[in-house]
Ligand binder design. Structure first.
Ligand code: UGA
Length: 437
């Protein structure tokens, strides 16, 4: 089947929206993306990336140049120039509550729908509490001039930061939460090159589709906390958690991925989606059925406290000590510092009286802006100089290659905590380091 060139609208130019818009242009569609932030839009319209994501920059610039990908601030223009719209705005955790804040989603549907005077499909991509699509369908029916000729569907995205392009263009699966055969057909046409290449397509209703996304992230978080809970049992007994994870993970029913122990999960998705799902279950009166989600969150935060305590065990006191934190983003491959476990630990150690210096290969500027109380080094050498304790809290490749001997001559005391099980313990111990993971 020949690829069909559709007119695609993308609402929201955050992480998800920019990736989705560029990838839709890559699939051959004409894309117009809209955001309320004119500064960000101006940068994107010039082909400039607003965040760090490997492979996305060149693709974005290429499609902006060719005219196949446009950015603007007018919802009316998007409504008039597209037939399939993807809502990609953020759903952060609400202040003072565990629930998702869906106000941006509601606003996006409202701003778009009031200009829709022809038949169109609005596809939600944001991670939302189950039941949101139904509410949005009612809202659209009320405000769209085209009335029932505008349909709402939900199709979640499973992309990981750092691998966003590959995850979008070669996904494990596509999930179409639709209410009609027409909506399914429009989504199949949108993703036609992927569907033809054999990507698994799960067609379901919008509510199930919303839940698939929240459940996927909650399951990944549960796997990570499971292995981290066992890591503490290993620490208490001298057992080896990495060997344990390898042996567990070789059972295909369990799987080795997302079973890497360490400081735990962070970022803009796993922590808030796990809490959001639990909060929604509470609203629905079934929180008892997923009470383990609270334990998953507790184990995750406990890892951060445990790491601060471990540093104290090594140093005796944090007062007057110089502590070097390597890695600030919530994981390698991104400059995203939202709910970063590394920065949580760094701030805790600083509050305990240490002089903390942070180094990250790409997130330095973001840390300087958001964590004014922390000192940020411009280079690895500057960061490790005269340190009493080095903490590896985000496993960038640059840190995996650390040479124990060279590092040993730069620091004041050879104390190392590998918060991500990323280094070779034997090499560091052989070079005179007190190494803990
Ligand atoms: C996560 C999901 O993996 C994506 O499928 C989903 O689309 C995305 O959230 C989203 O909802 O937008 P992401 O937040 O980019 O993607 O990061 P992951 O690679 O899943 O890592 C999350 C956190 O878990 C990181 O802090 C990472 O360091 C930690 N992690 C991951 C571990 O501690 N152990 C592991 O084995 C894997």
């Amino acid at each position: 089947m020949e690829p069909v060139r559709l007119r695609i609208g993308v609402i929201g130019t955050g992480y998800l929206g920019v990736t989705h818009a560029a990838c839709m242009a890559e699939l051959g569609h004409d894309v117009v993306a809209v955001d309320v932030d004119p500064v960000k839009v101006a940068r994107l319209a010039a082909g400039e990336m607003p965040f760090h994501e490997p492979d996305l920059g060149p693709m974005l610039a290429r499609h902006v140049r060719s005219g196949r990908l446009r950015f603007g601030t007018s919802f009316r223009e998007v409504a008039l120039n597209a037939d399939v719209h993807f809502v990609c705005v953020g759903t952060p955790q609400q202040a003072g509550s565990d629930a998702w804040d869906t106000s941006h989603v509601e606003q996006a549907f409202r701003d778009l729908a009031r200009h829709l005077d022809h038949s169109a499909l609005i596809v939600g991509k944001s991670t939302v509490p189950v039941g949101t699509a139904e509410r949005m369908a009612a809202l659209v029916a009320e405000v769209a001039p085209a009335g029932s000729r505008v349909e709402v569907a939900w199709s979640p995205e499973f992309l990981r930061e750092g691998q966003a392009v590959a995850d979008t263009l070669t996904p494990d699966r596509l999930v179409f939460g639709v209410s009609s055969g027409w909506a399914e057909q429009m989504l199949r046409l949108t993703y036609q090159p992927l569907v033809s290449a054999g990507t698994a397509v799960h067609v379901t209703d919008p509510a199930t589709s919303e839940l698939v996304k929240a459940a996927a992230n909650a399951f990944l978080a549960t796997k990570i906390s499971f292995v981290n809970g066992l890591a503490e049992i290993c620490e208490a007994t001298g057992a080896d958690v990495l060997a344990l994870a390898d042996a567990l993970g070789s059972d295909p029913r369990i799987g080795r991925r997302s079973l890497h122990p360490g400081l735990g999960y962070g970022g803009g998705c796993l922590p808030k989606d796990l809490r959001g799902l639990h909060a929604r279950a509470r609203e629905l009166g079934v929180s008892g059925a997923v009470s383990f989600l609270e334990a998953v969150d507790d184990v995750n935060l406990r890892r951060r406290r445990r790491l601060v305590d471990l540093g104290l065990e090594l140093l005796g006191s944090y007062r007057g000590a110089r502590v070097c934190v390597l890695g600030a983003s919530f994981k390698p491959g991104t400059d995203d510092i939202r709910d970063s476990p590394a920065l949580h630990v760094a701030s805790g150690i600083q509050r305990a009286g240490a002089d903390v210096v942070v180094y990250d290969p790409v997130a330095g500027a973001a840390v300087r802006q958001a964590y004014r109380q922390l000192s940020v080094a411009g280079s690895l050498d500057e960061a490790v100089a005269e340190a009493d304790l080095v903490l590896l809290l985000c496993e960038w490749d640059e840190f995996r290659r650390l040479d124990p001997l060279a590092l040993g001559t730069a620091v004041r005391r050879r104390n190392l905590i590998d918060g991500r099980y990323a280094l070779d313990a034997k090499r560091f111990r052989a070079a005179g380091w007190t190494y803990r993971a």
